[in-house]
Design a protein around this ligand. Structure first.
Ligand code: ATP
Ligand code: MG
Length: 180
């Protein structure tokens, strides 16, 4: 599995459609303060299904939509697409290439698509299950998160280790079963 490209269109400071292509190996994103580096990382979180506006440094989800600048009007829609080479079927899908798209309109309408087909958020979550990617994983570590781990309570640290080790999923299933 390999990240091939990321497209931002109306997402945060990316008013103009912007596509970033990733080559095999490591990629570094550099730029002055406020140029949008963190916004790119947040776009990755968002398209994989992030539901918390706070995790994206906003008060409400609509804050991810480009809200205007001195020379540009605010936009009505944010769109992010991410494309993976899935020829090894690392992600839970028969497709050898996967493009996941998330759209959000100011009126609150939202859409998720996989290879152009509309899907539910659950389908996106299921795609990343057991992959180490996705919104509940530690594949995206944001500023301050490391510090929070170090300064966290032992029980919270344990829960992080369980998530990384893949135990958390079984605990969650057990809790659900016990509640029935
Ligand atoms: P640093 O080096 O300081 O971490 P950075 O490159 O990570 O900077 P970001 O935090 O990604 O920069 O970008 C911040 C910029 O994005 C700010 O100028 C902010 O106004 C802009 N921004 C955030 N949300 C929106 C939005 N909805 N519409 C337009 N611009 C936005
Ligand atoms: Mg930043």
């Amino acid at each position: 599995m390999q990240l091939l490209s990321l497209t931002l269109d109306g997402f945060k400071s990316f008013a103009q459609k912007t596509t970033i292509k990733f080559k095999p190996g490591m990629t570094g994103i550099v730029g002055p303060n406020g140029s949008g580096k963190s916004n790119i990382i947040e776009a990755i979180r968002w398209v994989m299904g992030e539901q918390s506006a706070r995790q994206l440094r906003g008060d409400k989800m609509a804050d991810v939509i480009f809200n205007g600048s001195t020379d540009r009007k605010p936009l009505n829609r944010a769109l992010v697409s991410i494309t993976f080479d899935n020829s090894d079927h690392y992600l839970a899908s028969d497709f050898t290439e996967l493009t996941i798209t998330r759209k959000l309109y100011r009126n609150g309408d939202s859409e998720y698509l996989v290879n152009g087909q509309e899907v539910r958020l659950k389908d996106i979550t299921d795609l990343f299950i057991d992959s180490g990617l996705g919104r509940e994983s530690f594949s995206v570590i944001s500023q301050g998160q490391i510090e929070a781990i170090f300064n966290g309570k032992p029980a919270d640290r344990r829960s992080i280790i369980e998530t990384v080790a893949g135990v958390a999923k079984y605990k969650k299933n057990k809790d659900t079963a016990e509640k029935r």
